[in-house]
Design a protein around this ligand. Sequence first.
Ligand SMILES: Nc1ncnc2c1ncn2[C@@H]1O[C@H](COP(=O)(O)OP(=O)(O)OP(=O)(O)O)[C@@H](O)[C@H]1O
Ligand SMILES: [Mg+2]
Length: 246
Amino acid sequence: MALSIEIRDLQVDFPARGGGVQALRGLNLAVEQGAVVGFLGPNGAGKTTALHVLLGFVEPTAGSAFLFGEDVRRSIAHQRLGYLPEHPQLYPFLTGRELLEMAGGLFGLRGRARRERVGSLLEQVGIGEPEARRRIGTYSRGMMQRIGLAQALVNEPDLVILDEPTGGLDPIGRLEMRGLIARLREQGKTVFFSSHELSEVELVCDRIAILARGRLVAEGRAADLVAPGERLEAYFLRMVQGGAAA
Ligand SMILES: Nc1ncnc2c1ncn2[C@@H]1O[C@H](COP(=O)(O)OP(=O)(O)OP(=O)(O)O)[C@@H](O)[C@H]1O
Ligand SMILES: [Mg+2]
């Protein structure tokens, strides 16, 4: 099976006065095409840093990362990628529709093709006509996540990277985001997303990867990892506390 993501011996140090931080300390991880993988780990474990390396925002101190077999340092690696950041900063003065039209234009879509793509994205993420005409500055957190996901999908990516897509969402918003991720899976897309919502992750993911202190401490199918009768949360705590001792 082809790999969408491959991370090898990845190390990221953030230098600072008085010591600095080793955000990633030899991370190895592979994500197969078409898989939905939840990226778990406590605050500060290094999840966002790893995603930033994949996106080309952070230069690794050592090791390497590949998207579809291309080194992430080559811009071609990013063409089939969509990304929703942890805290999307979207132009507040644009309407939802205008944002998607602008994003479509950046990918070379024009005229009817662009109108159709924008219409289908709005429908896919469940943004109706009145909301699409409102400025993003007036959107609720749930609406922001939807329009953010729509802009991540504007280039019809094969791989979608989401940094805490359910962060700050109410239970209804989480359920809806889970439905959106399930739909991406049905379309054959690879989804790699960080989350703290273990119950969500268990429901929507094919596999989970758990990071603790910059290292992978578990990876596999949730059903294979957790002991019979054990809850994912208990397993997570066991792995993360074990990782802390390592
Ligand atoms: N630009 C930076 N400069 C210095 N330190 C950084 C920088 N970015 C991240 N760090 C540090 O690297 C470590 C990993 O942070 P990261 O944001 O990757 O964790 P995370 O797993 O995404 O956490 P969370 O669940 O809170 O989002 C933390 O100690 C953080 O303070
Ligand atoms: Mg993070």
